[in-house]
Design a protein around this ligand. Structure first.
Ligand code: CTP
Length: 406
């Protein structure tokens, strides 16, 4: 692995057992031509010693805020001004909480507050501590408010005896992330995304319904992709499924509307992949309709257009993505829906092509966005299309952030 250029790196080590791995990390970063300066928290000295870190980095190792020696600049300012990036690894729940609230009782937290360079965090801790509401809230603050990048912990056997999430990322992954930008930093972290999936069923009587051929595969793939990119996902689905994220099962368009409307206020995005029935029987018979000798007429009434209602009322920063199932004039009809429903992106597909239609594992789509851009995704697995769409969603969030900054 070759480093693109020499970087001045401050490595903040906090008090976790994974600290011992930093000996190798410092050695490897140095071998790749970087200048590494280590700062230990006071308690980290229980896990690693200064001397080997000094030898491996060929630099002084810092810990104390104040030294008796006279310096032209205080040490935290000197280090903050001269570093290209800061890596906190391992990052304990304690240091994460301090970073999120600005507590400066350690040299490293002072350096963090005084610097304006990119900051990477490699958390490592007990599973319950990692999954604790407070830790997750602090991580969300660091990502969404400060732009820090998380190198997520992994599942594994932990020193505390647990098996689960909380194992520090490998040194290789940390290096790839901080030096080569190959980060898996969960770009949808801190975002709540509602995804709908499947086809609604509109009851005629307790036995029969009006339905459609949607399998829910595209919606579920989108929910999985958003979850894997760090989003808090609520999947509103007509297809039962068990997931690590919240799944709310619904049947009719009205039920779907009710759930979405109760979740949408707190959501950052809605992806409407469900095939919502436009009509429902005016009356759903409580008893099974018995056959008689004459024909019967089924009277239908319009269902609410959920996408259109929310497109009209959404806040500026909420992003709505819709789908457009078409059998002709694919692009033209999709463009009209994008505009009429006032949504941010529409994914159009041709439902007449058997390989990419409703029950298929593959899809081919045209993506249209409000800024007039058009992208064509050729036939490929729905999972891949889902990743593409959620990546585009994260880019829209980034662009909103940038507009806010300027
Ligand atoms: N949609 C919705 N509520 C409805 C109907 C559709 O929210 N009552 C959403 C779908 O989930 C999809 C988008 O609107 O994201 C477009 O759905 P589609 O069935 O392609 O088009 P319609 O708007 O229903 O128009 P038409 O059936 O005339 O093509």
């Amino acid at each position: 692995m070759m480093s693109k250029q020499t970087k001045n790196i401050v490595l903040g080590i906090s008090a976790g057992i994974a600290a011992y791995r930093m000996y190798d990390l410092v050695g490897e970063l140095k071998r790749l031509g970087n200048n590494v300066t280590v700062i230990l928290t006071k308690d980290a000295r229980n896990f690693v010693s200064e001397l080997p870190l000094k030898v491996l980095s060929s630099n002084p190792v810092y810990c104390e805020m104040f030294s008796a020696e006279l310096q032209s600049k205080p040490i935290h300012i000197e280090l903050a001004d001269s570093t290209d990036l800061i890596l906190i690894s391992p990052a304990t729940a304690d240091i994460i909480a301090k970073m999120a609230t600005g507590i400066c009782d350690e040299l490293i937290t002072n350096v963090l507050l005084a610097s304006r360079c990119p900051v990477y965090i490699a958390p490592a801790m007990n599973t319950n501590m990692w999954e604790h509401f407070t830790t997750q809230k602090n991580i969300e603050t660091l990502v969404t408010k400060l732009g820090y990048k998380i190198i997520p912990p992994e599942e594994g056997d932990l020193a505390c005896g647990y098996t689960g999430m909380g194992h520090i990322a490998s040194n290789e992954k940390i290096i790839k992330t901080i030096l080569y930008g190959e980060f898996d930093t969960k770009p949808l972290y801190g975002k709540k995304v509602i995804v709908t999936a499947g086809g609604t069923r509109e009851a005629i009587d307790p036995v029969r319904f009006i339905g459609n051929r949607s399998s829910g595969k595209m919606g579920i793939a989108l929910a999985d992709a958003a979850y894997n990119m760090g989003a808090e996902v609520v999947l509103v689905s007509t297809v039962p499924c068990e997931k690590k994220y919240q799944v709310i099962e619904v049947e009719s368009a009205q039920e779907m509307q009710e759930v979405i409307e109760s979740e949408f206020d707190k959501a950052d995005a809605l992806i409407m992949a469900a095939a919502v029935s436009d009509f429902r029987p005016i009356i759903a018979s409580k008893q099974k309709i018995k056959k008689k000798n004459e024909d019967i007429n089924l009277e239908l009434t319009r269902n609410p257009d959920i996408l259109e209602i929310l497109g009209r009322t959404k806040r500026d920063k909420q992003i709505i993505i819709g789908f457009s199932a078409e059998s002709e004039n694919i692009e033209k009809n999709a463009k009209e829906k994008l505009e009429k429903k006032k949504i941010d992106m529409i994914i159009a597909n041709d439902i007449t092509v058997p390989e990419t239609g409703f029950e298929s594992d593959e899809n081919a789509v045209i993506i249209l966005t409000r800024d007039g851009k058009k992208e064509i995704l050729q036939r490929q697995p729905k999972t891949q299309i889902a990743r593409y769409i959620t990546t585009r969603l994260s880019e829209i969030f980034d662009s909103i952030k940038e507009v806010k900054k300027t």
